[in-house]
Design a protein around this ligand. Structure first.
Ligand code: MN
Length: 283
């Protein structure tokens, strides 16, 4: 099932070019006064919500998708995790290109593990993303994102896939500079997620999800998840060894070769036969 968030706080199911409004399913969400439960509320209650959706769908009003505004399918992750240099071909280009490595040694993911992006960087699939420092190079990184479905602590790669709620496309936007990744990948709008969440049961083979990225229509990145250095299950094992992954947490699994700079006015599109497509404009 393809679950989307539209018009700020509406829940939809995507069918080709239409969205069925199943926002009534959100009635199962509990009220709280102060301390919310940890995790994205919709993903925390996804099982109940999916059950409600199935009851609502036959009578749910449908709208043409282009009449609605899509938002990040996860509204409130507790963590957005990034996987640094996780495709061999990108490792090679990062080692060769001073404009990418900025004189730093390119460390391998097995040495340094993953990094965190600020959750305030999260934005939706039709966003305008502002370049914060005109004098600095800002790159696109098209990626496959995994959305965690249930709390995962110290899980093995063998168990890991059971903890996944679904998949989305992502952009891990990046300032090329000498700052820590947690700063230069956390600018407002630098974590793009969408266009919707495809539930895990709808992805036949998560070890081979294909995607490509274009800038102004020109293909810049093309890969699939079989080419990851650390695959999805291994990333979950690696991260959950250090901290508990919570429902709604997002793991951006890494970018393939072909990263490059963007400037105001550029249109970046990321698309996948299984996950749909998103398109943002740089400003
Ligand atoms: Mn990345």
């Amino acid at each position: 099932m393809k679950l989307c968030r539209f018009n700020t706080d509406r829940l939809g199911v995507v069918f080709a070019d239409q969205i069925a409004d199943v926002s009534e399913a959100l009635d199962v969400l509990p009220d709280y006064r102060w301390v919310p439960p940890q995790g994205d509320p919709v993903i925390l209650h996804l099982e109940e919500i999916l059950y409600r959706i199935k009851l609502l769908l036959p009578k749910a009003p449908r709208h043409p998708i282009h009449h609605l505004t899509l938002f990040s399918p996860v509204a409130a992750p507790t963590k957005i995790i990034g996987a640094p240099v996780n495709y061999h071909a990108h490792l090679h280009e990062a080692e060769q290109d001073h404009q990418i490595n900025r004189g730093n040694v390119v460390h391998k993911i097995d040495e340094i593990g993953c990094f965190l992006k600020a959750c305030s960087a999260l934005t939706g699939p039709e966003s305008v993303v502002r370049i914060p420092f005109p004098e600095e190079r800002v790159d696109h990184e098209g990626e496959i994102a995994v959305i965690i479905g249930k709390a995962a602590s110290k899980v093995t790669a063998g168990q890991a896939m059971e903890f996944i709620a679904g998949y989305s496309l992502a952009l891990d936007m990046t300032v090329r500079g000498t700052q820590h990744r947690s700063m230069r990948k956390s600018c407002d709008g630098f974590a793009v997620l969408g266009p919707w969440l495809v539930t895990a049961d709808d992805i036949a083979d998560p070890t081979c999800i294909a995607f490509e990225l274009t800038v102004n229509g020109e293909v810049r990145q093309r890969a699939d998840t079989s080419l990851l250095i650390r695959n999805i299950a291994q990333l979950i094992e690696m991260c959950s060894a250090f901290y508990t992954l919570l429902p709604g947490d997002v793991i951006m699994t890494g970018t393939p070769a072909g990263v490059g700079p963007v400037v105001p006015g550029d249109r970046i599109e990321v698309s996948s036969p299984t996950l749909g497509s998103l398109g943002i404009t740089m400003a």
